[in-house]
Each structure stands twice: as C-alpha cells, then as structure tokens.
Design a protein around this ligand. Structure first.
Ligand SMILES: Nc1ncnc2c1ncn2[C@@H]1O[C@H](COP(=O)(O)OP(=O)(O)OP(=O)(O)O)[C@@H](O)[C@H]1O
Length: 704
C-alpha cells in the first residue's frame, strides 16, 4: 500500500494538472479533490489500494464491472430520447438538434425555474448540469436516473463462493514460464509449421510452457486428479497504472495465464480461474502507440503482429465477450482494428464490439475480403501465405446504424447466403432433437416456453441455458419466481451431473464460475422499464446473447387491476419482442398456461391474449401423456418461424443429474405402445427420436 501511496503522491506532485485532466472527463472538479476521489476513485472505506492506482492484481474488477463504460461509446440512434421519455424526463428541444434540455437528477428542485438546469447530447449521451457542474457519460447518467448503484446483475462468481483471483503457484514460477519454452521444442516447432509463427514472435509475447489441469467449463470431463498436462501458456498483462493519457511507457505485469493444449490450441485452464484483468500482448504497447489490433484469439494476435508490426491483442476468453474490466485498457487508443473470424458469428460480434468501443475509432477487418472460400482469420491467413498487411489496409469502419448503406446490407445478406449453416445458430449438445426441429439457437428471436405448473419448465430451461452457455452464449437469467441461489444450485447440479458433496463444491464452482452466465437480482413483481434497463446494461457489460425471463406472470404480478393484466402482459411481450430484434438477443419467456384441464396444451392454452403467441418466433410446450399409468413427457414445438418444422421430443428426467434426456425411437415406442385409444391431440403430436443424434436429417413428420 505504501508503495502505491508514494507513487500516487509523486504523480500528484509532478503532474497534478494532468491527473485532474484525466479525472476531469468523468468528474466535476467543483467539489474539490476529495470529492473527485470519493465519487469515482473512492479512497474511503475499503482502502486506497483497492481502487487507486489501478492495480495489476484483480481486486479492482468489481469496481470497474459495476461502473466503467468507454467514453468513446455512442448510444444507438434514438436510444437517448427513448430512455428520457420512458423515465418521464420530459426533454425540451433546443436550437441545436443534438442538445436537449432536461432536469438534473442530482440537483434539488428548490425553485420551479431551476428545474431544467442540464443538457444532454442525444447523439453521444453526454450529460452536463450547469448548476452542480456534474458531467456524466451515458451509462452513468442512466444510473443516476434509475437511482441504482449497480444494474442489479449477479454473475456465477457472486452466486458461488466469490472469485479466486490468486495464481495457483507463486508469481516467481509464473514469470519463469517463458524460460521453459526451450525445454519443449515441440511447441516452437508446432507454432512454426502449423501457424507460421517465428520464435521471435513467441518470445515477444512471452509464450511459455507449464503443466495445468483441465478446468475448461465446456469440457464435460470430471476434473482429473493426475498431475496435469504440459500446456502452451499465454500471459495476460496489465499496466501497474491505469492512466488513459499517460505519456510514459506503461509498466506491465502478468496477471493471468491462459493454458492451452499443445497441438490443438484448445483451452485447458485459466490461472487464476475467474479474474478478467489484463490483455494478451499488452506489454507491446508503447507510450506513443495509438493503434491496436483486437483479434479473436492469441494465435491470430501473434500472426497479425508478426506481419503488420502493429501491437495486437485478443479477446480474453474463448467466447465473443469483451469484458468491461478490459475496456479501460483500450481507452487510450485512437484506432482499433477488430479482426475476428470472417463468418456470421464473428462479424456480428465485431459489429457489436465496434459499438461498445466507439464506432468512430474502430475498423472491421474481413479476412475473406468478400471471397467465398479461404482463410477466415489472421492465423489462417498467415499459414496460407496471404498478405496480412493488405487485408488490414482494406478494413472499413462500421457505419452508424442510421446511415447504414446498401453496401453494408448487401454484405450481411451475402454472408447469410453463403453460410446457411452458420445462420442456423448455436447447436444444442444435450438435446439434438431441438437442432433437428428449430435448427439452432439464433439471435433476435423470441421463444415462448410453457407447460402445466410444476412440470419442469425452470429445470429444462436451466439445462438448455447451461448447454448453450457452455458453447459460449453469454446468458442472462431473470428468475422472478425462484430465488437466484436456488436456481444456481440446480444449475450446479446439472453442470456437475450429480448432486454435489461439500468436497466437490469447490472444484466444480471453479469451472462453473468461468461460464458467461449472469442473473438479474430482481425477484417477484418488477417494473418493465427497470428490467429493460438492466437487460440493456447487461448487453453492454457482458455481451449477453440470450435472456431468459421466468416468468411473465410473476414479473407482472400485482401490476394493474384485474382487467388490465392482459394488457400489461401484452405490452411486456411486445417490448421483449422489439428488444430481441433491435438488440440482437434471443429472449426465452416462460408463460404459464391458462387454467386448463385438458391433457394436451396448444397455442390457445398460453395465458393471455393471442398476441403473445403471435409475437413469438418459437413456441415450446411441455406436454405429458399418460400411458398405462406410465407418463411420457414431450418438448412439443408448436411454432417455428425459422422453417416451420413442428414436432415433439419425448424425454425422461434423471433425478441424479436433474437433467432431461431425449428418448430414442425404440425407447419411446416401447413406452407409448400401451396407448391404444389415441386422442386427437395425441395424434397431432409428432415425436422425433434421436436415433441419429446430432444429425440434421430430413424429418419424417408422420412417423407415428
Ligand atoms: N421431467 C420431470 N420429471 C419429474 N420431475 C421433474 C421433471 N422436471 C423437473 N422435475 C422436478 O419437479 C420440480 C419442479 O420443477 P420446476 O420448478 O422446473 O417446474 P416448473 O414447471 O418451472 O414449475 P412452476 O410451474 O411452478 O414454475 C423440481 O423439483 C424438479 O426437480
């Protein structure tokens, strides 16, 4: 602590003006220095070392996670005015079209005339009050209006036992990993022959070798108890100081290790497992560096750096996520090349990240350059002898949504045409039948999920969300009926495949915490605007792609009188529908059925008006069929806007893992053969059996 205080004192003395100017863009200096620190860099309570200077360890993560947003960020067109109107701020026009006069959420309205003391730039979301001199960026203004210190979102880390942010071995050992590279010539040879990377590049990036256990959450295998396997190690670096306008060279230190399998480059472990600090290759950034390349993984970053000589870094996790914790590290760059895979998912992520980082400073690199075939990323381009400098030179900025031209649209349509399989969406591992019927989990859709009380809606959705999350789909749960802790407990059991003993708990949570899974803190009846604000924030902060709302009735309970209830639910569904399309996320909404004694449910059984199922892209109903005292349950897909395929998937429930398993055709036929007198509804249900699990074969939808 004393060292940090000393550095802080030195900095304050030597560059007081610079320090204040750095703080100035986020803080009014009217309240004096202590107020500056207490507002943004709180030195009270938890102690100065946690917040200032930005430490290369990970303790300051929560601080940034709850508050940081890039000053380069531009709200979507119309977003600011929509927010102001929804929150009854009654903005008034000024002569300047981009400026609106509003009330300051911080000033006390003592006199009527002093109410409208602030202005907001509706294009940039920047807020400034003439009375209290407060200046805020868009997200901080939202927080002030929402009167919320955080956006009520928990992560898997919060719900298990807190983050593990210490290295598993002493720091000295970590620093020696690059020296161990020479002991494993196989790594150097593989990087050279398979990836075209030189020893110099590996050394520049401090690539090393070390033994690690497999703790990758997408790997279903139990944690191995042997001594681990030799891995190639990628260090993640963070500066000791976070001063976006620093002119001296940042001093960096290793804050996290990513360990991958030699030969495949597949993720084996992160050390520490849950920290998000630092960026790969950040030590290559010099004081005068203004440009950086952001790639999808370490091999792409090294390839881009080797050929273009520009410092290149990569997304920190094996998913398309750009965590808030690393945004401060990218704040200083005037130009960012986003170079992700040139496929549908990669280009969609690139566009999202460009908006998150500020579209004015980002250019998107397309490795394919409009060709149908060829290398899709920097690493493949290097290995196949392409000119990476030339590819980079052709990078284009993302146009603002409002002025998107036909060129951009043409690109997107073309991408979908030539990659039909990629447009199908993320595939389920647990339930291959879902892939056969719905073809995949796609952004921008609304799925309605229903079934009788207690039939297992939450349990199945928990399993499905975990399944997609393991494939990298960042997921936000809004559990308005079941407390988050109970949901997380169920999810942990499904994740482990059995109920956990206290001994297993720690090992399993280590893996579980690495999943991009988040939970809204709300419970019971909650105002729609509050939920939508939190969802918006989660998309910015955690790159959420799938939102689950469980359920519509609990979220809207006690809102409005009896006869207004349908209207409120219709409005809620309409808002979610629009949200899914505009923000490109998949929303799964659980809706209870109407009180219905019939054995089988259909589209008319969904509670509320017909609008609910009309708005939906997919409707899934859990059905039960009683045959000779034995019960068979089905996931019955009753609506599928993507390609119209309708069918039902029979499944059984496994108590031990708390998961469902799809029945094979034989298993189903054996159980269903007792059903002699088929009802009309029963014959309408068309079971699909996972004889060829995972294959997308043509469905014989008249199997029965
Ligand atoms: N297919 C199944 N067979 C038997 N039991 C199940 C099945 N699915 C879930 N369960 C168990 O039934 C209980 C209720 O499950 P769950 O909460 O998921 O139902 P739900 O439909 O979401 O309930 P609600 O209508 O109250 O929201 C849980 O204890 C769960 O473990």
């Amino acid at each position: 602590m004393s060292r940090h205080l000393l550095i802080l004192a030195n900095r304050a003395l030597l560059g007081n003006t610079r320090l204040l100017s750095v703080l100035g863009h986020r803080n009014s200096i009217r309240g004096g220095t202590s107020r500056i620190f207490s507002r943004f860099y709180s030195i009270e309570g938890s102690g100065i070392t946690q917040l200032w200077p930005y430490q290369a360890d990970t303790r300051s993560i929560d601080f940034f996670a709850s508050g940081f947003s890039s000053k380069h960020y531009m709200p979507r067109p119309g977003e600011v005015l929509e927010f102001l109107n929804k929150h009854y701020q009654f903005p008034r026009k000024t002569q300047d079209k981009s400026l609106f006069r509003i009330r300051c959420p911080c000033c006390r309205p003592h006199k009527r005339g002093t109410l409208y003391t602030a202005v907001i730039n509706v294009q940039k979301g920047l807020f400034q009050c003439e009375s209290c001199l407060r200046k805020e960026n868009w997200f901080d203004y939202i927080k002030l209006v929402s009167k919320s210190d955080s956006f009520q979102v928990l992560s898997t880390v919060d719900l298990s036992r807190g983050s593990k942010t210490e290295f598993s071995v002493p720091r000295d050992t970590i620093e020696k990993y690059p020296n161990q590279l020479s002991e494993f010539p196989i790594i150097v040879t593989w990087c050279k022959t398979e990836k075209g990377l030189t020893l110099d590049t590996l050394q520049d990036y401090k690539i090393g070798a070390a033994k690690y256990y497999n703790t990758n959450p997408s790997n279903n295998a139990e944690l191995s108890t042997d001594k681990g396997q030799v891995c190639i190690t990628f260090p993640r670096m963070a500066p000791l100081f976070l001063d976006p306008q620093a002119t001296d060279e940042p001093i960096t230190k290793t804050v996290r290790i990513k360990a991958c399998e030699i030969g495949s480059g597949d993720l084996v472990a992160f050390d520490p497992p849950t920290s998000e600090a630092g960026l790969f290759g950040y030590h290559l950034v010099q004081s005068e560096t203004e440009t950086i390349i952001l790639t999808g993984n370490e091999f792409d970053a090294m390839a881009a750096y080797q050929e273009t000589k520009l410092p290149a870094t990569c997304l920190p996790n094996n998913t398309y996520q750009l965590p808030l914790e690393i945004l401060p590290l990218l704040e200083r760059f005037a130009k960012i090349y986003i170079w992700l895979d040139d496929d549908v998912a990669g280009q969609e992520a690139a566009e999202k990240f460009a908006q998150k980082l500020g579209i004015n400073r980002c250019s998107i690199v397309k490795t394919l350059g409009g060709n149908l075939n060829g290398p899709v990323n920097a690493s493949e381009a290097l290995a196949s002898g392409k000119d990476l400098k030339e590819i980079l030179r052709k990078a284009k900025p993302l146009e603002h949504e409002k002025i998107i031209g036909f060129d951009h649209l043409k690109d997107a349509v073309y991408r979908e045409l030539v990659n039909p399989n990629q447009v199908r969406g993320v595939q389920s591992t647990d339930l291959p039948g879902l892939n056969q019927i719905l073809k995949g989990h796609r952004p921008g859709e609304l799925t309605i999920f229903t079934g009788p009380t207690g039939i297992g809606k939450t349990t199945i959705l928990s399993q499905i969300s975990l399944d997609f999350c393991r494939s990298g789909v960042s997921t936000l749960w809004g559990s308005f009926e079941i407390p988050n802790v109970r949901l997380a407990k169920k999810m942990l059991q499904q994740f482990a495949g059995h109920e956990l003993t206290p001994e297993e708990f720690f090992q399993t949570t280590e893996k579980f915490q690495q999943l991009p899974m988040y939970f809204l803190k709300f419970f019971g009846s909650t105002d729609l605007t509050t939920v939508v604000d939190a969802m918006n924030h989660a998309i910015y902060a955690f790159d959420v792609q799938h939102v689950i709302i469980d359920n519509l009735q609990f979220m809207t309970a006690d809102q409005g009188r009896f006869h207004d209830r349908w209207e409120i639910q219709d409005r809620t569904v309409g808002t979610f529908r629009r949200f899914a399309t505009e923000r490109g996320v998949h929303i799964t909404l659980v809706v209870h059925p109407k009180k219905d004694d019939r054995e089988f449910l259909d589209l008319n059984s969904v509670f509320g008006s017909a609008k609910i199922t009309q708005e939906a892209d997919n409707v899934i109903i859990i059905q039960r069929l009683i045959v000779d005292d034995e019960e068979i349950r089905y996931l019955d897909i009753k609506k599928n806007r993507y390609d119209g395929t309708l069918a039902a998937i029979p499944f059984e429930f496994d108590n031990e893992s708390c998961k469902i398993r799809q029945l094979t055709r034989n298993e189903h036929d054996r159980r269903a053969k007792g059903s002699k007198n088929k009802t009309r509804q029963e014959t309408e249900m068309v079971p699909i059996i996972n004889q060829n699990a995972g294959e997308n074969r043509n469905l014989n939808i008249n199997q029965q």
